[in-house]
Design a protein around this ligand. Structure first.
Ligand code: CO
Length: 134
């Protein structure tokens, strides 16, 4: 079902400061910066081999990442697994009895298709499925 870990998502309060940390001090290349309205975030991807770290700054307090920051402060937010067929991956997870946040894929960064699985059914880890744009 999953080919690889696509990225880990990190919630941040100051995106420029986080970019400086990951690029200058951790030495990862900046690959992409985009506002993803549908997810209420401004996001930056830095590269790690074939995968990424996705730095997420909420567009407002009343967004998923905004609420996460208020509850937990900055830090690890989600793990994203890559799949070639997100619709059947969603179907497989539903059949496996997992609680889905998204019953259908929605648009993610770089025109990917993404869907989230509720952390209550994945041992406390917010889990994202991602199918890259073709
Ligand atoms: Co993500």
């Amino acid at each position: 079902m999953f080919g690889r870990i696509d990225h880990v998502g990190v919630a941040v309060e100051d995106l420029d400061e986080a970019v400086e940390l990951y690029t200058t001090r951790l030495g990862m290349p900046l690959q992409h910066r985009e506002t993803v309205e549908e997810q209420g975030v401004e996001a930056v991807l830095v590269g790690v081999g074939d995968g990424h770290v996705e730095l997420l700054r909420p567009l407002g307090p009343d967004t998923a990442v905004g609420r996460f920051l208020q509850r937990n402060g900055p830090g690890l937010h989600h793990v994203a697994y890559g799949t070639d067929d997100i619709v059947s991956a969603i179907d497989d997870l539903r059949k496996a009895g997992l609680r889905l946040i998204d019953e259908r894929p929605r648009t993610g960064i770089r025109n990917s298709r993404v869907a989230f699985v509720h952390p209550k059914s994945t041992g406390g880890v917010l889990t994202e499925l991602v199918e890259a744009a073709h």
